[in-house]
Design a protein around this ligand. Structure first.
Ligand SMILES: [Zn+2]
Length: 144
């Protein structure tokens, strides 16, 4: 197993002295809305992971700190959780429209946002970082 020092941490560290923007988004039926602070999303690596569930959803993920993310409509308790495998990651869905907002790692102090759920996101401008999620057994081995 790789040691933490061999792996980039999640969230991806923010460059210093960059402008921080506020992003908003939510699920399709608008029962769940969120906002989070992040550097220019088009300048940061976006995780395109080939693990079974990201592959299945077509998720393109960005992770941010818990303190910089909040729900503006609905709460985390309104989402339907789903875990599999090691159970380390809790995937979350709107129970009405099924949108995958993005998973969390309890105690991990960060939130993952599926960039496809961000308002007015221009997918063509994202810088995708392809990650071999299918070949790792735990988050500790998740190399960015
Ligand atoms: Zn919904």
């Amino acid at each position: 197993m790789a040691s933490p020092s061999d792996t980039a941490s999640l969230p991806v560290p923010w460059p210093e002295n960059v402008e921080i923007k506020l992003y908003t988004g939510g699920c399709h039926c608008k029962a769940i809305r969120y906002e989070f602070a992040y550097p220019d999303i088009y300048s940061m690596p976006i995780v395109s992971c080939n693990c079974s569930i990201c592959d299945n959803h077509g998720a393109l993920n960005v992770s941010t700190y818990d303190k910089d993310f909040r729900f503006t409509k609905g709460t985390a308790n309104d989402l339907t959780p789903y875990t599999f495998g090691s159970g380390q990651v809790v995937h979350r869905f709107c129970p009405t429209c099924g949108t995958s907002i993005g998973p969390t790692v309890p105690g991990g102090a960060f939130v993952v946002v599926n960039t496809r759920t961000i308002d007015n996101i221009d997918l063509k401008r994202l810088h995708l970082k392809h990650v071999e999620g299918k070949s790792v057994a735990s988050l500790d081995e998740f190399v960015l």
